[in-house]
Design a protein around this ligand. Structure first.
Ligand code: PAF
Length: 287
């Protein structure tokens, strides 16, 4: 595996791969890799002769400076795991390499991300998806991937990126990969490393409440299902639901009746102490 730090070097590498006729699989990450990331990498390696993984903690998608400062960074471990998984190249630039002169010096480009970017994470983390679109579109332009791999834990992010490539005219297959969970059900996330032992012990309640609610939903309304999840999680020490929305999986707009859409998911964000965890569950998929 080669380690690329500079954009110019990345462009040469990509050009060489294109000349060889190689399809490129891209796995964008912010590092602190776990088995969830590695499942994306494994899939990318099985589907593309060349795989680029990026490791870049993108400052423009953080609306909370403490969140950015405390975001876990484990570059050496990340590189070892990526090499073991068979990645061809890792792109791990400094902030200045991605945003010359700093993020503020970049020409302002407002991405049209549709209504999917205005709800849930978009509402609670203003500017977050503009930052995600900025870095992901830049990575797409630099790496020219045939396929790009994202985890379904960030369900809304995938919908927003799909909108972004449409409006920006970027030709890439977005491959959505299933959530990876710890044995106790907690969705794997780099942020889990920030949980105290007490918080880590209760964090699986998020998935347990969501799973329970799938059975509950068969005999109850959308509103009652929503409320039972929020009540159950809020009753757990250390935990506070920020939002829980039961939505149409394509528009991400809330539904009021189970009959309203053939594909319905529940998306949740919970503060476990100071750590913000997200997860989701499918209630219905009839498409
Ligand atoms: O999902 C993430 O880790 C990030 O949002 C991404 C896609 C790597 C962009 O920084």
């Amino acid at each position: 595996m080669i380690i690329i730090r500079k954009v110019a070097e990345l462009l040469d590498f990509v050009e060489h791969q294109k000349e060889q006729g190689n399809a490129i699989g891209l796995v964008p990450t912010m590092g602190a890799l776990h088995a969830g990331h590695l499942s994306l990498v494994e899939r990318a390696v099985s589907e593309n002769p060349c795989v680029i993984a990026s490791v870049f903690v993108n400052p423009t998608q953080f609306n909370n400076p403490t969140d950015l400062a405390t975001y876990p960074r484990k570059e050496e471990d990340d590189f070892r795991l990526l090499a073991q998984a068979g990645v061809t190249a890792v792109f791990a630039p400094e902030v200045d390499e991605m945003y010359p002169g700093g993020p503020e010096a970049q020409p302002r480009h407002e991405f049209d991300l549709g209504t999917a970017a205005e709800v849930m994470e978009g509402k609670f983390r203003p500017g977050h998806f503009q930052g995600v679109a900025q870095v992901v579109s830049l990575l797409f332009r630099l790496c020219r991937p045939t396929r790009a791999y994202f985890g379904e834990k960030d369900f809304q992010q995938i919908a927003v990126i799909r909108n972004m490539i449409k409006t920006e005219g970027i030709d890439v297959d977005i491959v959505a990969c299933p959530i990876k969970r710890a044995d106790d059900g907690l969705a794997l996330s780099s942020r889990n490393a920030l949980l105290t032992p007490e918080q880590r012990e209760v964090a699986p309640e998020i998935h347990k409440a969501l799973e329970y609610s799938v059975g509950y939903a068969r005999e109850h309304s959308v509103r009652a299902t929503h409320d039972t999840v929020v009540e159950r999680i809020d009753a757990v020490p250390h935990m506070k639901v920020e939002y829980f929305e039961i939505v149409d999986a394509r528009t991400l707009l809330p539904v009021e009746e189970w009959e309203e859409s053939p594909w319905i998911v529940g998306c949740i964000t919970v503060y476990c102490g100071e750590v913000r965890l997200i997860d989701n569950i499918t209630y219905k998929k009839e498409i």
